[in-house]
Design a binder for this molecule. Structure first.
Ligand code: SAM
Length: 181
């Protein structure tokens, strides 16, 4: 988020066709919950376009990028690397340490699709479990980002939206964004 070191999310192991929807949800969740960028390893151009389109319509800043060699991104990351995995240390035990690291340097949050190569477990500074039960990369990412930002991401201001949702008790209301928002 603004005025803080970057948070990037790396989506590893995307399988075109099979993972399209899940990879898109990783990107949209990263954007909505305070990350600055999603890095998509593999043939995920459809996801990149969808996330860019949502950012154009509902505001940024947020970037979606295709990368080659996801494992290399992990190895070369200039900052802290958190790999979300059901086999990792419980998030509630490491969140303070990760937050302190992120106060000083960029954070890369890695989520998988199919089996994640063991090199990633070794290269990560923290292997973190959101519970030690199997579930979903989208759920793990959402809980992790909310803990990292301690809820601040829910009050994020969006820059240059074309339209805005007006919260309502019942029904749906979307309006053109005010000039200067
Ligand atoms: C459907 S899981 C597949 C994991 C795969 N079986 C493996 O062994 O790597 C896809 C991704 O969801 C995330 N994930 C699933 N459960 C998790 C948990 N309890 N804590 C953190 N991340 C989790 C991980 O990033 C994982 O790579």
């Amino acid at each position: 988020m603004q005025d803080e070191p970057e948070v990037a999310v790396l989506r590893l192991g995307h399988r075109p066709g099979r993972d399209d929807r899940m990879t898109t949800h990783v990107g949209l969740t990263a954007r909505a919950l305070g990350a600055d960028r999603v890095l998509l390893a593999g043939e995920a151009s459809q996801t990149r376009e969808t996330v860019a389109d949502i950012t154009d319509r509902f505001g940024g800043p947020f970037e979606a990028e295709l990368v080659e060699g996801g494992e290399r991104v992990v190895r070369d990351w200039d900052g802290t690397v958190v790999h979300l995995t059901m086999y990792g240390l419980p998030v509630q035990e490491v969140e303070d340490e990760v937050r302190a690291a992120h106060a000083d340097e960029p954070l890369l949050v890695v989520v998988g699709a199919e089996k994640v190569p063991f090199d990633v477990y070794e290269a990560a500074d923290y292997n973190v479990g959101v519970t030690n039960q199997p579930h979903s990369e989208v759920a793990a990412l959402a809980v992790f980002l909310d803990k990292l930002f301690e809820g601040r991401e829910l009050r994020r201001e969006w820059v240059d939206p074309e339209r805005e949702v007006v919260p309502k008790e019942t029904g749906k209301r979307v309006e053109p964004a005010d000039e200067g928002d």
